[in-house]
Each structure stands twice: as structure tokens, then as C-alpha cells.
Ligand binder design. Structure first.
Ligand code: G4P
Length: 548
């Protein structure tokens, strides 16, 4: 084996690329910050060492993001922990929850599902989970905020199964919660980690003391808390022992194959704010999570260790630098080594392009990337707008990855143009922005391009559209919201789309590839259709377009 192949394999083996999925407020920002602390030298995609003050910059930048509620720029945080390179993909949440959040999951090899112990599975987590499931991603669960009064842990596991349909395998088990949270028991090492509040919440610290198993006489004694309350200690001890026995008898055994297939989720308990359980989680995650996986082009699987470079675009962000009004395409590297200035094929356009401006981001700072490996994410400054979401760039002949599907929007609107003379610009702007994935556009049947309907996963996408149409195309529009809640693509031998038009609560439109899309006004209307039209399948994603 040549030295370059050995190096390629080593770089692949030491990479983990994942995203955190959660509902707002579950603690994603807090967990991310703690994970970065373990990383020590923080740097973003590319071989650039962090500057001494970057740790500071990171959280400042996150603060700005939080205040604005919008992801300013970056798509990935890269850091190294014990020799492993971690690519933590940014999944925009909060108000800017958008189709980008889903698309990011197309670039991940695993997901960490973060759950608030008091709240359980919440709607946004469920939606993101469904995308992970569709991709068959392994999912690791971190149940957070155990220092707060929490729901019964067995109840939470039950909910994972009932709501998400995934079985779980607890790696740690909590002892009490809230004021009575005493720590977690590690089922593998049989050690008990005692909880201590991280009062300054600033630095990396050694996790609390350990004890040799639940039968250690010191264990029971130590559960009495600061007041050394024997009654409380006995109560916590009995409950913990009962739950543990139940788990041993009726729980799922650890099974790595099932974890990799996304059938079983390893579960960890902790408190991100107190930095408790985080390091243990990170260590086990690195051991268990898969390295960058092969990707399919529909016919074959491309091995990441294939020496020829390949990557696909999963996100486009325009106006990242308002002064330059430029456009950056984010690619996920799937195989081979990336080197700056390499010449690759743009598969859809069948032309060669030189990757001269690969960048990574740190807050608003850009850094040129010289080299990157499978699993990494980098930005390409796309001056002549030649890259679209789903495009493949590669050194391999005839390779085109399967693309990135469109995801079902939940917000719908029509567009009113304020100056009818600008209809042409509007058309152009809508087409280009839809191509970038800012919104989806549906046409009314038989109406051509006239009066299209817009669809978005997050309502903020409409504001972005309005803003960009004005800034980049000088078109003023008004957005009128439409009373639909769901869109589904159809699959079936006889679509007979007219049947949806005959009802008040649904209608049939066409997407940009002429696929019929049904809009429903309510959950009820959608359920009715699913129950009554057994000959049809109602899909939450559009079939990815094969670029030809
Ligand atoms: P998000 O990115 O998922 O939206 O959540 P974020 O980390 O911003 O956390 C949401 C709130 O939950 C924050 O409180 C944060 O401090 C708190 N939190 C996160 N992890 C834990 C935990 O393990 N235990 C407890 N008790 N709280 C936790 P906040 O009041 O909104 O903000 P802040 O004033 O604390 O910054």
C-alpha cells in the first residue's frame, strides 16, 4: 500500500462527523460549548491551529447567534480530542429552523439526540429524528438536565420507543434527579460517578469520584447527600436497584450492529451545564460512532478510502460577507484527499472546475483550507453560481451522488409583487433562490409560472426570501400566508390528483420537477387522505432529482 493510501485510511479512521438534534432549550449550545472545551485546541475545518483567544471567540460568536436567532455563518465546528478529529455539524435551530437543518443531516454519519429530562421527546427532535431514521443514521442519546427535577428515566426510555420507535440501551443510569441527583452508574465499567455541581462552569474538570460498584458499602452511605439523610439514601438506593434489575431483565442488550443501523440508541444521562457526564459520553461516542461511511450514487457504494476525491454540496449560503455579496457552497467530502487548487469535475455541468478558494469559517473570519479528508466539510466560494444543492464534484468519471431531497414544508405563502413591471426580475429571483434552497416553489396546475405557491420548513425562510429579493434583485414583494400545514409527495400507480382538488381541505400543486404535491390544511385532513386513499403513499421528501 502506498504511503498516501495509508495516510488517507488513517485520516478516515480518526474522523467522526455528526450533528446534534434537539428541541430549542434542551441545551444544545451548552453541550456544544462543553464538547469544545474538551477539544482544547479549537479550530474549524482545515489544518489551522487555534489561536489562544479562540475559545473566547467561539462562545462570543455563539452569543451573537443566540441573540440574533440566526446562524451567521459556520457550518461545522472541528476539534480534536485524544487524536480523534471531530466534525460537529451545525444544525440551525430556534427561529431559524429551516430546510437547511434537515439538509445538514445529509452530511452527517451519526446524530446525537439531546433530550431535556423534564420534557422528553419534543416536536423538533421528532422531526429531525425522522430524517436521521430515513438515512439510517446511528443515534446516540444524551438525556440532559438531570440536576433539575426530571421524569422517571424508565418513562423516558419508554417514550423513545413509543414516539420514535427506537429501542434504547442505557450506557449509564441515573441515581435520583433534581436536588436528589446523586450521579450516574456506568453499566459497562460498573463504576459510580458522583455528581458535583460545576459552580464556576468555566473549565474542563476531572469528573467526580468513582466507586467500585453498587454493592460497595460506601455506596449506600454516600446517597444521603449533604444532610447525610439515611432515609433518603435508602429510598434512592432501593429505587435505583429496582430500576437496574428491571433493565438487566427486560432491557435491550448492547448490540453494536443494531446501533450502527439506527435500530438501537445508546443512552447517557448527565447535565451539560454542570459538565457532568459529558466527557464519558464523548469518549464512548468516539469509540462507538462510525467513521465516515461509504456513499451511494444509486448504483454503487463509493468507499471513502477510494483515492479519488469526491464530495457533494449540501448547503448554499449567500451574502455571508455582505460587503462582497458572495455565495458559498458547503461540501461534505466523501472520498479521497482534498487539496487546494485541485481540478475536479462538476458532474452536472460536465465541466472541470478548479477548487481555488476553499474556506473554513470561524465566526466571521475566513481561513483558506489547504487540505481536508473524507468526513470534513469545507466551503467553496462560488463566484459564478455554478453549484447547487445536491451537486457532485469529483475526480471520478461519471460519478453523481444521489442528491439531497426536498423536505416537506410546513409553511406556505403566495407572493404579491408591489411593482408589476418587475415581474421578470421576480421570476428570475424566485428561480435562483429556490435553486439555492431558500424556499420551495410549487406551480398551480395549468397556470405555468403564474402565481406560484411558496413552501418553507421554517417561517423565517420567507423573511430571508423577501430580504434577498429586494437586496439582490431590487424586487419588493409582500408575502401572504396560506392556511396549509403539510405537504406530501405522492407515490402510486394511479395518482388521480384531481381527487384532492375536490375537497376543501387539500389541493394539488406541482413541484419544480413536475411531481404532484398535495397540500393539507390540517393534520386531520392529511390523516383522512392517508386512511382513505390506500392506493397511494404520502411521502415527506421529494424524490431527489437526478441531474441529467
Ligand atoms: P439550546 O441551545 O438547545 O436552545 O439550549 P441552551 O444550551 O441555550 O440551554 C437552554 C437553557 O438550559 C439555558 O438556560 C441553559 O443554561 C440551561 N441548561 C443547559 N443544560 C443544563 C443542565 O444540564 N442543567 C440545567 N439546570 N440547565 C441547563 P437559560 O436560563 O435559558 O440561559 P442561561 O441564562 O443559563 O445562559
Amino acid at each position: 500500500m502506498s504511503d498516501s493510501i495509508v495516510k488517507l485510511k488513517e485520516e478516515i479512521q480518526r474522523r467522526r462527523t455528526f450533528a446534534i438534534i434537539s428541541h430549542p432549550d434542551a441545551g444544545k449550545t451548552t453541550l456544544t460549548e462543553k464538547l469544545l472545551l474538551y477539544g482544547g485546541a479549537i479550530h474549524l475545518a482545515g489544518a489551522v491551529r487555534a489561536k489562544a483567544n479562540q475559545r473566547h471567540t467561539t462562545s462570543d460568536w455563539m452569543e451573537i447567534e443566540k441573540q440574533r436567532g440566526i446562524s451567521i455563518s459556520t457550518s461545522v465546528l472541528q476539534f480534536e480530542y485524544n487524536g480523534t478529529i471531530i466534525n460537529l455539524l451545525d444544525t440551525p435551530g430556534h427561529k431559524d429552523f429551516s430546510e437547511d437543518t434537515y439538509r445538514t443531516l445529509m452530511a452527517a454519519d451519526a446524530a446525537v439526540m439531546l433530550i431535556d429530562a423534564a420534557k422528553g421527546v419534543e416536536p423538533q427532535t421528532r422531526k429531525l429524528f425522522e430524517v436521521c431514521r430515513m438515512r439510517g443514521l446511528p443515534i446516540f442519546t444524551f438525556i440532559n438536565k438531570m440536576d433539575r427535577p426530571s421524569r422517571e428515566p424508565l418513562d423516558l426510555l419508554d417514550e423513545l420507543e413509543k414516539v420514535l420507535g427506537i429501542r434504547s440501551c442505557p450506557m449509564t443510569w441515573p441515581i435520583g434527579s433534581g436536588d436528589r441527583f446523586r450521579g450516574v452508574f456506568d453499566r459497562q465499567s460498573q463504576e459510580i460517578h458522583f455528581f458535583q455541581k460545576d459552580s464556576d462552569q468555566k473549565g474542563k474538570r476531572i469528573e467526580s469520584k468513582k466507586m467500585a460498584g453498587v454493592d460497595d458499602p460506601e455506596f449506600l452511605k454516600s446517597l444521603g447527600g449533604e444532610r447525610q439523610d439515611e432515609y433518603e439514601a435508602k429510598e434512592l438506593y432501593d429505587q435505583f436497584k429496582t430500576e437496574l434489575e428491571l433493565l438487566e431483565m427486560a432491557g435491550d442488550a448492547f448490540d453494536w450492529d443494531r446501533i450502527l443501523k439506527g435500530d438501537l440508541t445508546p443512552v447517557f444521562f448527565g447535565s451539560a451545564m454542570n459538565n457532568f457526564g459529558v466527557e464519558r459520553f464523548l469518549t464512548r461516542f468516539i469509540e462507538l460512532a462510525p467513521e465516515p461511511a461509504p456513499r451511494s450514487d444509486g448504483e454503487r457504494e463509493i468507499d471513502p478510502a477510494q483515492p479519488k476525491f469526491s464530495a457533494f454540496v449540501f448547503k448554499i449560503q449567500a451574502n455571508m460577507d455582505p460587503a462582497h455579496r458572495d455565495r458559498v457552497a458547503f461540501i461534505r467530502i466523501c472520498s479521497g484527499r482534498f487539496a487546494r487548487n485541485m481540478l475536479v469535475k462538476h458532474s452536472r455541468l460536465e465541466k472541470d472546475i478548479k477548487l481555488a478558494m476553499p474556506v473554513s469559517f470561524f465566526g466571521q473570519e475566513r481561513v483558506v483550507v489547504e487540505e481536508a479528508w473524507p468526513g470534513d466539510v469545507i466551503g467553496l466560494v462560488d463566484t459564478n453560481s455554478s453549484l447547487r444543492i445536491g451537486d457532485t464534484i469529483t475526480e471520478m468519471k461519471g460519478l453523481e451522488y444521489k442528491g439531497v431531497p426536498s423536505f416537506s414544508p410546513e409553511h406556505f405563502a403566495s407572493v404579491l409583487i408591489l411593482d408589476p413591471m418587475k415581474r421578470k426580475q421576480l421570476q428570475k429571483g424566485l428561480d435562483q433562490l429556490a435553486e439555492e434552497g431558500v424556499v420551495q416553489i410549487y406551480r398551480q396546475r395549468g397556470m405555468g409560472d403564474k402565481d406560484p405557491v411558496l413552501g418553507a420548513v421554517g417561517a423565517l425562510q420567507f423573511e430571508v426570501l423577501q430580504h434577498r429579493l429586494k437586496a439582490e434583485y431590487s424586487v419588493d414583494i409582500r408575502i401572504e400566508r396560506l392556511p396549509y400545514q403539510h405537504a406530501r409527495w405522492l407515490k402510486g400507480a394511479n395518482l388521480d390528483a384531481d381527487r384532492f382538488e375536490r375537497r376543501e381541505d387539500s389541493r394539488c400543486l406541482l413541484d419544480r420537477d413536475e411531481n404532484p404535491v398535495i397540500l393539507f390544511k390540517s393534520d386531520w385532513a392529511m390523516r383522512w387522505a392517508v386512511d382513505n386513499y390506500k392506493d397511494l403513499e404520502f411521502l415527506t421528501t421529494a424524490p431527489p432529482k437526478r441531474n441529467s
